[in-house]
Write a protein that binds this ligand. Structure first.
Ligand SMILES: Nc1ncnc2c1ncn2[C@@H]1O[C@H](COP(=O)(O)OP(=O)(O)O)[C@@H](O)[C@H]1O
Ligand SMILES: [Mg+2]
Ligand SMILES: [Zn+2]
Length: 476
């Protein structure tokens, strides 16, 4: 490719095709070096250069292997700083493609809920790895985590992190905690606890069909997301009445094990001490995955608690469509004896419940599921990610470029997009507060405020935004 002459450690660099563009720079392939990419700043300045130099000097690329930290400086022909080289991420998709079932089915055809749980664990591992090196991500967002078909995660845009006193100057409102809403990011020292909010939001979105934890409804109207975050309105809370309720057709905290539920309550409470750390999430998510069972009614549904009704059966019934790919013959054949036993116990527990009209918990609940030493050792080892087995090649997907972030323009322009009718029976099932949100309750969130010209990639409406994700002319 022709373009301005660039040099890396005094050697000319042959730039390849452009593979991405963000608010601060453009990312290019390097001809003949498939494992590396170059980021060129649109307006390189002294602050960019000082931070990139600090990251290279600290050898963060070697220490955090799941993060595309700068490797070498790149300069223009006149010697001025232009950007840096980094590891190139391939065969991966931005995490927001996993949120709604439509894009998930298209980009991750075999992703069931176990895949989403594993991805959440690996995200937490990457964040723990960054924090262990004394860095803060700052701008946690759903375009920065790239996920492979094995559920492994790579974090990009590392030059925006806060490292060694060099601030992170950007952020996305939906991943920004209450105490930083409306603040100028370039004037704030970010902390690990700020990151913990963004991490918890992303884990919630992965587990709960892309819904933002603060995208709630009050008096039949949706609450702007930034207002809801500022006021600590965690719409799903079971321990605080925040005056807002979750939108319909979604997972509730009742559907999750106590350990995960508690972490969400801590992460989204106002002034309740430090939020859960990335390491705490890793351990709890390992437990969640270890305890997953298959729904007796539909084995494609992975569920945390066999003694309770399957949340996916409920939501699919309400939505009138399936959320997860059907189980393949191979996977059906390998269903474990333990799962059969779980089914039997669940059946007996259900009978007991029906008979007594009480909540009876089976003996094998979460507290009995202890992660293996190997599993917890992965975190102590420096957060090694665990990969799922590679998928069988799909010839239909082979010609698609690996990284194509999509932005749903409809969701940002049309305030009615994401609206759900509030079917009365189903509606009552998820409704937790005093006020009924009304028939016109909208599941949509606010339109996220863009930061430094960045486009919002997540609406918070998750799977209820299915109406705008059908690939019509408005979809990039
Ligand atoms: N290491 C990488 N490997 C592959 N693609 C990348 C890499 N880094 C960035 N990209 C692509 O370039 C886009 C912009 O990069 P990013 O660092 O987010 O830019 P900015 O900081 O300017 O917002 C990303 O959304 C992604 O598509
Ligand atoms: Mg950036
Ligand atoms: Zn089910």
């Amino acid at each position: 490719m022709t373009g301005p002459a660039l040099f890396c450690a005094g050697v000319p660099v042959d730039m390849g095709e452009r593979i991405g563009r963000g608010g601060e720079g453009e990312v290019y392939a390097i001809a003949g070096v498939p494992s590396r990419a170059i980021k060129l700043y649109l307006k390189p300045d002294a602050a960019h250069e000082a931070k990139v130099r600090a990251m290279i000097a600290a050898q963060l690329a070697d220490k955090c292997t799941s993060v595309a930290f700068p490797l070498q400086l790149v300069s223009a022909a006149d010697g001025r700083f232009a950007g840096f080289t980094m590891r190139r991420v391939t065969e991966s998709e931005p995490i927001f493609e996993l949120f709604a079932s439509g894009s998930r089915r298209e980009r991750f055809p075999r992703a069931d809920w176990a895949f989403l749980v594993r991805t959440a664990t690996n995200i937490a591992r990457v964040v723990a790895q960054v924090h262990a090196e004394g860095a803060v991500i700052g701008d946690i967002n759903s375009a920065g985590f790239l996920v492979s078909q094995q559920a492994t995660v790579t974090l990009i845009d590392a030059d925006s992190f806060q490292v060694a006193g060099h601030r992170c100057r950007v952020g996305m409102p939906e991943y920004t905690p209450a105490e930083l809403q409306s603040r100028r990011f370039d004037e704030v020292d970010r902390t690990i606890d700020h990151d913990a909010f963004g991490l918890a939001v992303m884990i919630f979105q992965l587990l709960a069909l892309g819904r933002h934890p603060h995208a709630g409804v009050r008096g039949g109207r949706s609450i702007p997301l930034e207002t809801a975050i500022t006021q600590g309105r965690f719409a799903y809370s079971l321990i605080r009445q925040m005056g807002s309720t979750p939108p319909p057709h979604c997972l509730t905290l009742h559907d999750l094990p106590l350990g995960i539920r508690t972490l969400f309550e801590r992460a989204f409470a106002l002034r309740m001490g430090p939020r859960p750390t990335a390491a705490e999430w890793v351990n709890e998510l390992i437990l969640l995955e270890a305890g997953l069972a298959r729904c007796p009614g539909n084995p494609a549904h992975r569920i945390p608690d066999l003694s309770a009704p399957c949340p996916w059966c409920r939501i699919e019934r309400e939505l009138g469509r399936s959320l997860y790919p059907p189980l393949t013959a191979d996977a059906s054949a390998t269903q474990s004896v333990r799962t059969d036993l779980h089914h039997e116990v669940a059946r007996v527990v259900r009978l007991a419940r029906d008979h007594a009209g009480e909540t009876v918990q089976p003996m094998w609940r979460r507290s009995d599921v202890v992660p293996s030493k190997a599993a917890t050792g992965q975190l102590l080892d420096g957060g090694q990610q665990s990969a799922l087995p590679p998928p069988v090649a799909d010839p239909l997907r082979s010609d698609r470029s690996s990284l194509r972030p999509k932005v749903c323009r409809t969701a940002r322009r049309d305030p009615g997009c994401g609206r759900q009718g509030a079917g009365s029976v189903a509606h009552r099932a998820w409704y937790l507060g005093d006020q009924h949100p009304g028939r016109d309750a909208a599941a949509r969130s606010s339109q996220p405020r863009s930061a430094e010209g960045r486009q919002a990639r997540s609406t918070g409406a998750g799977d209820t935004a299915g109406c705008c994700r059908g690939g019509g002319p408005d979809h990039a």
